[in-house]
Design a protein around this ligand. Sequence first.
Ligand code: UD1
Ligand code: PEP
Length: 427
Amino acid sequence: MDRIVIRGGNPLKGRIFISGAKNSALTLMPCALLTDEPLTLRNLPRLADVDGFGHLLNQLGASTAIEGTRPEDFGRVMTIRAGQLTSSEAPYDIVRKMRASILVLGPILARKGEARVSLPGGCAIGNRPIDLHLKALEALGAELEMSAGYVTARAPGGRLPGGRFRFPVVSVGATENALMAAATARGTSVLENAAREPEIVDLCRLLVAMGASIDGIGTETLTIEGRDRLHGATYAVMPDRIEAGSYACAAAITGGQVELVGADAADMAATLSALADAGVVIELKKGSIGISAPDTLRPLTLSTAPFPGFATDMQAQFMAMLTKADGASMLTETIFENRYMHVPELARMGADIAVSGRSAVVRGVDKLAGAPVMATDLRASMSLIIAGLAAEGETSVSRVYHLDRGYERLEEKLSAVGADIERLGDG
Ligand SMILES: CC(=O)N[C@H]1[C@@H](OP(=O)(O)OP(=O)(O)OC[C@H]2O[C@@H](n3ccc(=O)[nH]c3=O)[C@H](O)[C@@H]2O)O[C@H](CO)[C@@H](O)[C@@H]1O
Ligand SMILES: C=C(OP(=O)(O)O)C(=O)O
C-alpha cells in the first residue's frame, strides 16, 4: 500500500488548481440513468470514487467513455450512455465501499419503475442512515420492501405519481435522491426543508439542462413538475469547495501564500469567514481566491451545520490548522457522531486536543513533530497532511486510498507550491 511522506516546514507559495467537486460529481453521474440519451460531464475529477461510480453505472448497463484528456490534465470529460439499463440492482460490494452509490436508487426507480439497492450500513465517520431517502421516496409514491440487506423500491404502474415531503432534518443525500426521482414523476412534487448545499444547486442545474422543471433552486423548498422524459446534456462539474478549503488551511498553517485557481467564493462563505476570523487574509479575485497566512493564527469557535453553515467536511482540516493557533479553539461536530478519528493521530504529532462528546478543545502548541500516522477516513487523512506540512521532521501518512477518494493529484499540487512531499510504494 502506498504512503505519503512529507518533510514539513516549507511555507506553501504559488497557484493551486482546484478540481471538480467529488461530492457534486457523484450526484451528477447518476443523472445519466434518467435518460436514454448521452450525458457528458466535464471537469470530472480523477478520483477513485469517480472511477468506482463509473463501474457501478457499467454494472447497470450504462457505458462510460473518457474523452480526449491527456495524462497531465486535471479533470476529465466523461460521456455516459444509458440507452438501456440491463440491471436495476446496486450490489452490496460496491455500495459498502462508496456511500454515494445509494444515489442510484431514485434514478433507477424513476427510469425502470423498480430498483434494488443494498443498504449501506455505517462507516468510519458514523452511522449513516438512509431512512429519510426511503421516506421521501415513499412520499413520492414508491412502495418499499426490505429483505436480506437490500431495499427494493417499486413505482406502482411503473411511474411514480410524485408527492410532498418535509425533511425532518436536512439531508443532502436524501434531497438528491428525491430530486432525481421526482424529475420524471407523473405529477408535481414539493420537497420542504430540502438541503441547500452548492452541490444540490449543481444537481438542480444539470437536471434543468436535461429538461427537468424545478422551482426554488438554492432554497429550502423545491417544487418539481415531473416531465415525461429527460434528454441528454453537456455539463461542467462545479469546483470543489472542500478541496479549496483544505488547501487554504494548509497555506495558513505553513505561513504561506497561495492562489486557489478556479475556486468559487460564493460557495465557501462559511469557510472563508472562519479563515478570516483566524486572521488569514483573503483576496477575492476574478476566477481565484488569494490566501495569505497571518504571523499568528487566532483560535476559533466553530460548529458544523448544514449549508450555509460551517461544513462537516471541513472540520478535520480546521482542527489541524488550529493545533498551531495562539490559544484554545472549540470545535463542535453536529452532523456525524464519530468524526474525530483524526484526534489521536494529531495527538501523536504533538497536538493538544481534548474531546468531550460532540466537542473538542484544541489548545494551540508551538510546534508539531512529524510521525508515522494513519487515518480512517478522507478528511481525517487530509488533516494529517496539513499537520505534516507544518510539522518539524518527517510525517508518513499511510492508507493513502482514503485521500485518493477525494483529492485529485494531491502530492503533485502540493509539490508545485513548494511542499516537500512524495508518494512511496510499500515495495
Ligand atoms: C447536512 C450535511 O452536512 N451533509 C453532509 C453529509 O451528506 P450525506 O448526504 O452523507 O448525509 P446527510 O446530509 O444525509 O446527513 C445529515 C444528517 O442527517 C442524518 N440522516 C441522513 C439521512 C437519513 O436518511 N437519515 C438521517 O437521519 C445523518 O445521520 C446526519 O446527521 O456528508 C457529506 C460527506 O461528508 C457532506 O458532503 C454533506 O455536507
Ligand atoms: C465523507 C465524505 O464523503 P462520502 O460521503 O463519499 O463518504 C466527504 O466528502 O468528506
